[in-house]
Ligand binder design. Structure first.
Ligand SMILES: [Zn+2]
Length: 167
């Protein structure tokens, strides 16, 4: 397998700027690689996760009549113990959002939605954390996260606080 070496890059000086070649076409026109396709791909996934977050908050609020909480799903809360309940709701492994660094985009989409619904978003975070154990005596000395370990208590949680807006 090829391994990558990481170089510390120093910014080029003015003398090293490339001349204006005026490139008309892509260097490799047959290569299907462009930013728009990736933006569309991520936006679709971000919105699916954001939608699941808003539904999650709505269900909790309806049940408890409380507008703040820190709740989510751990591996133990799913029957198979290997996936998170988010996965089914959003259509891809929720840990991918962390791996691909999409969390802030997801949170932003959810915030926009909640504001449209008239709420003031005082706090909204999506975090990898550990759930309270079902059994308090359960040993939990694992320092990993849901991203790279499937201990039952690792999971993904929403931490939120909403206010009721004036409009
Ligand atoms: Zn673990």
């Amino acid at each position: 397998m090829e391994s990558f070496a990481f170089l510390k890059l120093t910014p080029p000086t003015m003398a090293e700027q490339p001349p204006p070649y005026g490139q008309e076409n892509c260097l490799e026109p047959g290569l299907k690689f462009n930013a728009k396709a990736w933006r569309d791909h991520f936006q679709k996934r971000d919105r699916a996760f954001a939608r699941a977050i808003v539904k999650f908050i709505a269900e909790y609020t309806d049940r408890e009549e409380v507008f703040e909480g820190c709740r989510g799903y751990a591996y133990w809360s799913n029957e198979d113990g290997k996936t998170l309940s988010w996965d089914k709701a959003i259509g891809y492994p929720a840990t991918l959002a962390f791996k691909t660094k999409r969390v802030r985009f997801i949170v932003e989409e959810a915030k926009i939605d909640l504001v449209k619904r008239g709420f003031v978003v005082e706090k909204l975070e999506l975090v990898m954390d550990n759930a309270l154990a079902k059994d308090e005596n359960e040993k939990r000395d694992c320092k990993k996260t849901a991203l790279n370990c499937k201990c039952g208590y690792h999971g993904i949680f929403v931490n939120w606080k909403l206010g009721i807006g004036n409009q």
